[in-house]
Design a protein around this ligand. Structure first.
Ligand SMILES: *[C@@H]1O[C@H](CO)[C@@H](O)[C@H](O)[C@H]1NC(C)=O
Ligand SMILES: *[C@@H]1O[C@H](CO)[C@@H](O)[C@H](O)[C@H]1NC(C)=O
Ligand SMILES: [Zn+2]
Length: 583
């Protein structure tokens, strides 16, 4: 059926260009004295000329005001192509929750939705909570590449500025840029960071630290607890990455030096410190928290949700940590006229993408969706105003929800039941394979162990081929990719890379985030955050730049507190940051 109107008529009907044209037509009519409804005689032309001039002056004045307001909000509405009004700043107490689904592109949503519908017997139109809050999309390139990394991606959110891959809230000229979290803290808000990876990893680091290279996690840990030119800027941090806070003299430490940052945090900056599930349970989901609180529940990453749920007595979930932070910050700001800023990251959607592991990924996305739902519930029950904005820094893996396996004809299907059958991630199974070989060598029984314990029980695959088995035996270090490929092929899920991709990612938001409707540059999301909180980030930048030379930390290996300036080689490494075994 042919549409009754040209295809783009629908867009034009609402567009501001169209209404400007209409306004211009009306102006012309007024100036020319051709008011159709007036029926005024020609002899009264001079009256209309005077009236017209007066009206023109009025319109010109109004236009100047409109233009000024538009210019002021340009950073927010520029390029969105929508017809929304410039947002008005809220005036009262308010909370802002910003969620990041690291590495989650649009295909992850389609894959997860279908997975859950089949697993739980839900109807075709059943959606994720996220789906119900989709408002736009974000363009993600950095200054150094069309394909961003999480550091440049998070700098766009924290500073509202583009930078190079690897930059932790530093600009291409290697000066620090103030972050929305730092400005919020200074303005009297409480602040928090919740993640499932290392709390020193790029996304959380960008809100509370400044280093030239994301690999400087020792420096990031120190800045995050308060060895920072502005002092301590975070009130609650929950996640993994404990090893970056422990000295090189202890078993669980991965610092290059012998500083104990957990001790520094407690003794010098007053943090409460917890590091186990038992400690976490004592927090009573935020009802029993003394801020500032540092909770580091894993040496490195918290395990993928698909593995974690079998070790629920060891590691808290993203949702539990998010609920704890929301409650603790809500209570801590109860008597304040300022609310809080909380960043929550579904960090490991990205890792499942790097590993090309669809079974791990759907469970990560569902865990993120559950945390997202908790934030929505919080906003609904809270007496204070608040907004949730959620987006991704980039897509990972070049995920495609179909894969052609046969040379001649593509099949129009993919098979979520393969993912339902899996009970472990490829990462977990590769870890077990490598441990098994380290303990038992490559004996006769290795094949049986792999096909029974790992492939059948772990991956849920009953038709392992001789070739796959041989590859796993011959090349155990590569097994994380072999396991993931075995499951991807059988599910007919495609991947184009073990790295990131340049595809636009989704923006989600609750009422009050209308400025982010439509397609935006990622820095516009960063600008929205500071605008919503009405905080002065420029003053923070000025202070940081002023202290670039003068501030010093207890341990910086002789460099500035912002660490070494990256060489070409470092830049190369920054774009290859992900190592499946954290080697
Ligand atoms: C541990 O750190 C100290 C400096 O803080 C250094 O002198 C020492 O060599 C380090 N030890 C190891 C094993 O890296
Ligand atoms: C899932 O597991 C069941 C039980 O082991 C098996 O019968 C079925 O074939 C598996 N499905 C797929 C798609 O692998
Ligand atoms: Zn990544």
């Amino acid at each position: 059926m042919a549409p009754a109107e040209p295809l783009f008529a629908n867009n034009r009907r609402d567009s501001s260009i169209h209404s400007e044209e209409r306004a211009a037509d009306e102006d012309t009519a007024l100036l020319g004295g051709r008011r159709k409804d007036s029926g005024s005689p020609l002899s009264r032309a001079s009256f209309w000329r005077e009236a017209g001039l007066f009206t023109w002056a009025l319109i010109a004045t109004a236009a100047c005001i409109v233009l000024a307001v538009f210019t002021q909000h340009q950073g927010l509405s520029h390029g969105s192509g929508s017809d929304h009004q410039a947002p008005s700043k809220p005036t009262g107490k308010r909370n802002l929750i910003f969620m990041v689904s690291d590495g989650m592109g649009p295909a992850s949503l389609s894959m997860t939705r279908s997975f859950r519908q089949l697993r739980d017997g839900l109807p075709i139109d059943d959606t994720l909570v996220l789906d119900q809050h989709l408002i736009g999309s974000s363009r993600t390139r950095s200054t150094s590449s069309l394909v961003t990394d999480s550091a440049a991606g998070a700098t766009a959110f924290s500073c509202g500025l583009k930078s190079y891959n690897g930059a932790i809230s530093m600009l291409p000229d290697h000066t620090p840029c103030g972050t929305v979290l730092e400005a919020a803290k200074k303005a009297g808000y409480m602040t928090g960071l919740v993640v499932t990876t290392d709390i020193t990893d790029a996304t959380p680091a960008c809100f509370a630290a400044h280093v030239n290279m994301r690999l400087e996690e020792d420096l990031i840990a120190q800045q995050e607890v308060g060895e920072h030119p502005l002092g301590r800027v975070v009130d609650i941090m929950l996640g993994g990455g404990r090893c970056h806070f422990l000295p090189n003299t202890t078993d669980g430490g991965c610092r290059a030096d012998d500083n104990d940052i957990t001790k520094l945090a407690q003794e010098k900056f007053g943090w409460s410190y917890v590091d186990s599930r038992k400690d976490f349970d004592r927090l009573e989901l935020g009802n029993n928290v003394k801020l500032p609180l540092l909770g580091l529940f894993a040496e490195r990453d918290i395990p993928f949700e698909i593995d974690r749920r079998n070790q629920n007595d060891v590691y808290p979930s993203l949702n539990e940590m998010a609920q704890t932070a929301l409650k603790a910050l809500e209570d801590a700001t109860e008597d304040s006229d300022k609310g809080f800023f909380l960043m929550i990251e579904g960090s490991r959607i990205d890792h499942a993408g790097h590993g090309n592991d669809p079974a791990a990924q759907v469970n990560e996305v569902l865990a993120y969706d559950a945390a997202f739902a908790s934030v929505i519930e919080f906003l609904e029950r809270s007496d204070d105003e608040g907004v949730l904005v959620a987006t991704s820094d980039h897509e990972t893996g070049g995920l495609s929800v179909a894969k052609q396996l046969h040379p001649l004809y593509p099949q129009y299907k993919w098979l979520p039941e393969v993912l339902i059958n899996a009970s472990n991630s490829a990462e977990h199974l590769a870890g077990r394979l490598n441990n098994h070989i380290a303990q038992n060598g490559k004996g006769d029984k290795l094949g049986k162990f792999i096909s029974e314990e790992l492939v059948r029980k772990g991956l849920g695959i009953t038709d392992v081929t001789e070739k796959e088995l041989q590859l796993l035996i011959d090349n155990p270090p590569l097994s994380v990719y072999t396991f993931a490929d075995m499951i991807s092929r059988r599910a007919q899920i495609g991947w184009s890379t073990h790295g990131h991709s340049a595809v636009d990612v989704n923006i989600y938001g609750t009422a009050g985030s209308d400025a982010l409707r439509g397609n935006h540059e990622n820095i516009e999301i960063g600008k929205f955050l500071r605008h919503y909180l009405d905080v002065d980030v420029k003053a923070i930048t000025d202070e940081l730049v002023e202290k670039l030379e003068t501030f010093s930390m207890s341990s910086t290996a002789g460099d500035s507190w912002t660490g070494r300036i990256p060489s070409e080689e470092d830049m190369e490494q920054a774009s290859n940051h992900y190592q499946p075994h954290h080697g």
